[in-house]
Structure formats: C-alpha cells, structure tokens
Write a protein that binds this ligand. Sequence first.
Ligand SMILES: Cc1cc2nc3c(=O)[nH]c(=O)nc-3n(C[C@H](O)[C@H](O)[C@H](O)COP(=O)(O)OP(=O)(O)OC[C@H]3O[C@@H](n4cnc5c(N)ncnc54)[C@H](O)[C@@H]3O)c2cc1C
Ligand code: FES
Length: 278
Amino acid sequence: MATINKNAAQINSMVVSNKRVGQYHQLIINVGDNADACKPGNFVAINVGGESSRMILRRAFAISRVSTNPTFGGTIELIVAPHGQGSKWLCAQNEGASLDLIAPLGTAFGIPTQPVPVLLVGGGYGSAPLFGLAEVLNSRGCRVDMLLGASTASKIYAPMEGKRAVNSLRIYTEDGSMGQIGRVTDPIPELIADLNIAVIYSCGPMAMLSAINSITHNTQVVHQCAVEESMACGVGICMTCVLPVANENGDISMLRSCIDGPVMDGSTVQWDKVGKTL
Ligand SMILES: Cc1cc2nc3c(=O)[nH]c(=O)nc-3n(C[C@H](O)[C@H](O)[C@H](O)COP(=O)(O)OP(=O)(O)OC[C@H]3O[C@@H](n4cnc5c(N)ncnc54)[C@H](O)[C@@H]3O)c2cc1C
Ligand code: FES
C-alpha cells in the first residue's frame, strides 16, 4: 500500500505576498528548505480559519511554482479561487500572516526521459501547476504546447510570464469571452496528430480529465492527469478521496487520490465508475 509523500512536513510558514489576479489570488508562501522537495503535481494541505476556527479540515491546493527568493529563501506559489469559507479565509491573508501547512503531498508529474512533444491541458485554476511543469519540461528540451479552458474569461488563469516556457498557448472559453469559443478538449485530436504528441499532462475538473482520456484511449499517447477528488484530510487517513483504479491485471481497487495521486495514469482510472460503489 502506498504511503504519504516521504518529504511531507508540517510547516509554520509565512505569506510573502498575496496578489489578486483576475478571479484568483496568487499567494507566495515561504516554506524554507522544504521548497527543494516540492515538484510540479504535488499539493499542500493548509489549516484554514485561524486559531478560533471551527474549520477543522485542511484544504488542498496545488503547488503552482517553486522558487528561491533572495530575501525569504524557498517559496511556493499557490493560485487560489475564493470559493467557500476556507479558500476565502486564505485569500484574505496578508503579507506576514503565518500559515500552518503540510507540504509536499501526493505524487508529482513524471518527466519524460527523452525530449518528446508534450501537450499541457488546464481547466480553470487547473492551469496553476502546469506553468511550473512547462518550465521543467522546457528545460529538458521537450516541445511544450498548452491549452487552457474555462466557462468564461475571468476563470482563465494565464500569467504573461508563463507563456515564455511554451511553444504555443491557445485559450478556449465556452461563452467566447476569451480566445476561441468551445471546449478545451475540442482541438486535442488534431494537435495529437499535427504535433506528434507523446504525453498529455492535464489538470482540471474531473469531467475534463475523463474527456481527455476518451481521446487518448486506444492511442500511444500517455495521459498523466492530476485528479481533483474532494479531500477531507489530504494525508491518507479518512478515505474520502478514493477513486477506482485498475492495476496491470485489470483488477480494480479504490485508491486514495491524496496518496496514490493526485497525478495518476489516466488510462488506469475507471472514469465511468468514479463516484459509484464497486
Ligand atoms: C489536489 C487538489 C488540488 C487543488 N488545487 C487547487 C488550487 O490550486 N486552487 C484552488 O483554488 N483550489 C484547489 N483545489 C480545490 C480546493 O481544495 C477547494 O476549493 C477548497 O477545499 C475549498 O475549500 P472551502 O472551505 O473554500 O470550500 P467549502 O466548500 O466550504 O469546503 C470544502 C472542504 O470541505 C471538505 N469537504 C466538503 N465536502 C466533502 C466531501 N464530500 N468529501 C470530503 N471532504 C469534503 C473538504 O475539506 C473540502 O476541502 C484543489 C483540490 C484538490 C483536491
Ligand atoms: S483525503 Fe483523506 S484519505 Fe485522502
């Protein structure tokens, strides 16, 4: 049975900056030397609500980027959508606020051993970990193309500097308010053929991940997806995050997406059985 990320540590961290970017908040958090162990795909579990909190469950957020700040040392970047009570509390934290977080958690995206063409697909804030991943893939010589999609323009997170690490970036919105009208999955078959894509990395709503898997099914394209199943504890204890996953013999078992994921081989996830009892 898989165990918690061996580098995970509970850290008393500090908010270095908190900027509003469109509908999201970009938080830079000082995690010291722990930043060295954080990889694209990993996530953090944050104790939200402060000392008087009744919000006992930690909230999960993908690590968007890792860097070293000359003043603060190792930092991580999170892109947070103010959604419910916990994420709104986090978005209200100012520079200097302290945060109790556990990092890094979960599995990371696998990096190809050869420089192959790859496609990154992000839905909504699902683009967050993809920019850091694009930088790593780019430094390994991969051709990197990116698709971002959302229902409307304000839900697209596409920082200007992120575009530097990709060969092309196409944006799709369902209402046509930014980029092209349509779903982010629409151009994938054509891009696979035109660019000879070897790996698709995806992060976003489960329906988007499932749709990508239908496209890559029966092809040679590897689909690495970061699943976003509801997580109550984030550290492998509560079993709320389980997903049906097949092993090499085809046997299906319920795996914890906080421990065996969030990055999983999309072809092993039994998408039609997600949310159902086996
Ligand atoms: C791996 C991962 C990465 C994520 N990355 C990002 C990101 O980069 N940016 C971002 O904005 N959001 C991200 N999210 C989503 C984010 O965790 C939620 O939006 C956040 O938990 C909402 O908390 P809230 O208090 O604002 O919302 P609320 O809806 O008030 O509370 C949600 C919390 O309640 C608990 N909960 C409620 N129902 C259930 C249930 N059925 N099963 C288990 N627990 C439940 C969980 O702790 C959950 O986190 C990610 C989620 C996961 C799992
Ligand atoms: S979130 Fe509790 S076991 Fe995965």
